[in-house]
Design a protein around this ligand. Structure first.
Ligand code: CTP
Ligand code: MG
Length: 399
């Protein structure tokens, strides 16, 4: 049995929680992603705990708790300024819709709990003393960089079809390969993904896209046909096939969506719909829209100062990132330098505003807005000094 001697701080901090459960006569273990990441020497952000105690029993042991998913056996316990998800040993049964279980059955031992988990590398548990429980050779698979379903992959994917996306996502994040039978089961069952909510698919897709091996993972995503069962990708394999051949993998979510939109050759008027189909936020949709617009612009010609001003720093840098990933040459330094040298970089930096124009005899309305824009454009392009005096003179000459 493997024993980990030196545990990172997140585990040490959580030890008393396990101890309290054990002192009350229950079994308790760290489980899932935290144990996997510990053994991979990856950063562990939070730890999940599994126990033989029923949710009500867990709640009695801790002063502060939240019923996060009590029906599924999960209670969130607040302890030492941290929060911990504590889930009762369980199996899942009655997955009639290939999504989450209709009901869970609590079980009395850890083995039964680990059996229902998705992949061998995620079915590892660790006790209070750092002893690892590894029933399915998860450690061996970690060493060999393999994503392998626990037991029969068909069963695991019928229990929760999202696991097929998770498998591909882990190949990207961990730089692992799919074990053959697990990969075959995804190919055979990819259509089950249609039953899964877009939000859950999107979260996995983004994690896949931002992983260090996203280009390799994307190839698997296409080869297994999973790409046919996500929004707007069906029948687009030829276009998406460019993704695995990109120069780099994206590291920003905005870059990921922009790349996909560019590869799919979506016309501008379809971008919002596409982003909505994927249940993206309005903020994400807007930022991606700005990037695509600026990307189209710099693909055609060198932007003028006012176009740089309108795009703004974030969009310029983000668009350069996208062009870089696509292997498209852009004079990135020149663009950033020119932006940095602009007399004003934000509308609020203009020396005057609408009230100034009203004071100088203009009436509120469309004409005023138009004049204000004109002044802003002149200032941005250094044809008018950004001072009330200079602008006043300019106005006088207009009359
Ligand atoms: N569809 C799923 C989701 C989760 N799990 C199990 O629940 C654990 C925790 O799930 P989650 O936090 O969603 O994933 P992690 O594997 O921890 O990955 P991450 O680091 O992204 O949180 C997993 O390790 C796995 O044992 C599962 O069997 N099937
Ligand atoms: Mg996790």
């Amino acid at each position: 049995m493997i024993k980990v001697d030196k545990l990172p701080e997140v585990f040490i901090k959580a030890m008393p929680v396990l101890q309290i459960l054990e002192d009350a006569g229950f079994e308790a273990y760290f489980v899932g992603g935290s144990v996997r990441d510990l053994l991979l020497d990856r950063h562990v952000h939070d730890v999940d705990i599994t126990t033989s105690a029923y949710p009500e029993e867990v709640k009695e042991l801790f002063e502060k708790s939240i019923d996060t998913g009590i029906k599924h056996g999960t209670v969130t316990v607040l302890y030492g300024g941290e929060s911990y998800e504590i889930t009762t040993f369980r199996t899942e049964s009655g997955y009639q819709d290939f999504r989450r279980p209709d009901h869970v059955t609590f079980v009395q031992n850890l083995d039964e709990d680990l059996k229902r988990r998705d992949f061998t590398i995620n079915a590892l548990a660790m006790d209070l003393h750092g002893q690892i429980v590894d029933l399915f050779n998860g450690i061996e698979d970690l060493k060999n960089h393999i994503i392998r379903a626990v037991g029969d992959p068909e069963k695991r994917f019928h229990e929760d079809a999202l696991r097929m996306m998770r498998a591909v996502r882990f190949t990207s994040q961990l730089k692992f390969n799919l074990e053959e039978k697990t990969g075959q089961a995804i190919k055979d069952n990819h259509e089950l993904l249609k039953k899964i909510s877009v939000e859950r698919i999107r979260d996995e897709f983004v994690k896949m896209g931002l992983g260090p091996h996203s280009r390799q993972a994307f190839q698997i995503f296409l080869d297994t046909q999973l790409s046919e069962d996500v929004p707007d990708f069906a029948g687009k394999k030829e276009l998406l096939q460019i993704y695995p051949r990109l120069q780099f993998s994206p590291t920003l979510e905005t870059s990921l969506w922009s790349l996909i939109i560019i590869l799919l050759k979506l016309p501008n008027e379809e971008i919002s719909r596409f982003m909505r189909d994927w249940k993206n936020s309005n903020a994400m949709t807007e930022q991606v829209g700005r990037i695509i617009k600026f990307f189209d612009l710099i693909s055609d010609y060198t932007p003028n100062d006012y176009e740089l001003f309108q795009a703004g720093e974030r969009t310029i840098i983000n668009t350069i990132d996208v062009a870089h990933i696509l292997g498209q040459p852009v004079a990135s330094e020149a663009l950033v330098d020119r932006y940095m040298a602009l007399p004003i970089k934000k509308p609020a930096e203009l020396a005057i505003d609408g009230r100034f124009l009203i004071k100088h005899g203009m009436r509120p309305g469309a004409q005023l807005g138009h004049t204000l824009n004109q002044i802003r454009e002149l200032v941005v392009s250094s044809r008018l000094e950004n001072s009330p005096d200079a602008i006043e003179k300019y106005l006088e000459n207009l009359d």
